[in-house]
Design a protein around this ligand. Structure first.
Ligand code: G3P
Ligand code: CA
Length: 358
C-alpha cells in the first residue's frame, strides 16, 4: 500500500464568549494543528503557527530535525529542498541522491533560506506547488524556525491570550540522526524539560514513527532525565520506508507488521499512551456513505487504553475520501462514529468549529 503521494472540561456550548471558555488540560476530543495552520500559510513557519494559535486548537504540531551544529529546527523532512530555496543558495551542497540534508547545514546557513509552500519540480525543472489552491509559492518572506523559537512563541501567546495550547512535537528519523552521530531524542527531551514539560500532566504529546526509539525514550531516556511525558506511536506500513534500521551504513525498512496483529495495540501500550494512525487504518477506504466500516484497530487500541489521533485531515480538493460528503462529514465519521480522541488537521479552524468550541 502506498502512502498518500502525510470533558470537554470545556464549557462547550456554541455562542459563548471566549472569556467564558475554560481551557481543560485535555478535553475529550482534541484538535492538533498539523504543521500549524498549514492549509493557509507555508507549513511549520512561525506565521503558520501564530495563525493556528488564533484558531484555538488544543495542540500545535512541530516536526523536529537537527542541524550540523546540533540545533533543533522545525521542518517536516530531514531534507531542505521541498520547502526552501536551498538549491539556489547552496547549489553545491546536495548529497549523491540530489537531496539537501538539514543535518549538513548549520543553523546560520539554514536561517539564510526562504521557506515556501511545498513544491515539486516539473519536467522543465520549474517548481510547482503540491497544493495548487494554497498560499502562493515564493510569496512574502518566511524562514525555518528553531524548536526553541516556536516553544517560546506558543508559551508567550499562552501568557498574552490566556489559552492553554500544547505542543505536539515529532522526532523525525531518529535512527538516521543517530547514524549521523546525533542523539536527537535526547536533545528534544532536554529542550522540553528546559521549557517546563516533564510529566504526563503537562500539555505535550511526544510522537515518533520509530518504535525502537519510543521504547528507548520510555524505558531509558525519560527515567534518566526524570521525565515522564505522554508518548504517541505514529503508525505506517512497512513499504512506506518511514522508519529505517541501520546496520553499519546499510539501512532496511523497519517492519510494522506486528503492530497490525491482534495483540499489536497491547504491545504499543507497554511504552506509549496513544497511536497516530493513517486515516485508512481507522476507517476502511472501501467504506461507502451508507456503510462506514471502522477498522478493528480502533477497538483494539481502545481496549489497550490508547488514545487515537489519526492523520491527516485536509480540506483541499481531492483529499476527502469518497465515503464522506465533505470535510465536516469526514470529521463527523471520525469523531462521532469511530470516536477517535483527536485529529491532526491542516485546517484547525474547521475542526475547532466542528467541535463547537467557538
Ligand atoms: O505526525 C502526524 C503526522 O504528521 C504524520 O505524518 O508525515 O505529516 O509527519 P507526517
Ligand atoms: Ca508529523
Amino acid at each position: 500500500m502506498k502512502k498518500r503521494a502525510c470533558v470537554l472540561g470545556l464549557a462547550v456550548i456554541s455562542n459563548i464568549g471566549l472569556a467564558s471558555v475554560s481551557w481543560a488540560k485535555d478535553p475529550a476530543q482534541i484538535v492538533v494543528a498539523h504543521r500549524g495552520a498549514s492549509g493557509y500559510l507555508p507549513e511549520h513557519t512561525l506565521p503558520a503557527k501564530a495563525l493556528a494559535y488564533g484558531m484555538k486548537p488544543d495542540y500545535i504540531e512541530q516536526d523536529v530535525v537537527m542541524t550540523k551544529d546540533d540545533q533543533l529546527v522545525v521542518l517536516h523532512d530531514h531534507y531542505l529542498d521541498r520547502v526552501t530555496n536551498v538549491a539556489e543558495v547552496f547549489p553545491d551542497r546536495a548529497r549523491e541522491d540530489n537531496r539537501y540534508y538539514a543535518i549538513d547545514f548549520t543553523l546560520a546557513e539554514i536561517k539564510q533560506l526562504k521557506v515556501t509552500e511545498g513544491f515539486t519540480l516539473d519536467d522543465s525543472g520549474k517548481p510547482k506547488a503540491v497544493f495548487q489552491d494554497r498560499f502562493p509559492i515564493w510569496q512574502s518572506n518566511f524562514s525555518v524556525p528553531t524548536f526553541a523559537e516556536e516553544i517560546e512563541m506558543i508559551q508567550g501567546l499562552n501568557k498574552t491570550l490566556g489559552y492553554d495550547v500544547g505542543l505536539y512535537p515529532e522526532i523525525k528519523a531518529p535512527a538516521f540522526h543517530r547514524h549521523e552521530g546525533k542523539d536527537i531524542s535526547k536533545a528534544v527531551l532536554t529542550m522540553l524539560k528546559k521549557y517546563g514539560y516533564t510529566s504526563k500532566d503537562d500539555k505535550v504529546y511526544l510522537q515518533s514513527f520509530d518504535p525502537i526509539e519510543l521504547k528507548r525514550i520510555d524505558k531509558e531516556l525519560m527515567p534518566e532525565m526524570k521525565m515522564d511525558l505522554k508518548l504517541v506511536q505514529l503508525m505506517a506500513y512497512t513499504d512506506w520506508n518511514e522508519t529505517m534500521v541501520y546496520k553499519g551504513d546499510t539501512s532496511t525498512p523497519y517492519s510494522y507488521d506486528w503492530m497490525f496483529k491482534d495483540d499489536g495495540m497491547q504491545q504499543v501500550a507497554q511504552y506509549a499512551d496513544g497511536i497516530g494512525p493513517w486515516k485508512p487504518m481507522v476507517i476502511d477506504d472501501k467504506s461507502t456513505s451508507s456503510n462506514i466500516m471502522v477498522m478493528p484497530l480502533v477497538a483494539q487500541a481502545k481496549k489497550a487504553g490508547l488514545k487515537i489521533h489519526p492523520y491527516t485531515f485536509r480540506a483541499d480538493e481531492g483529499r476527502i475520501p469518497s465515503y464522506a460528503k465533505d470535510f465536516n462529514d469526514m470529521l463527523d465519521i471520525f469523531y462521532n462514529k469511530a470516536k477517535v480522541d483527536g485529529v491532526f488537521t491542516d485546517f484547525p479552524d474547521k475542526a475547532v468549529t466542528f467541535l463547537n468550541r467557538k
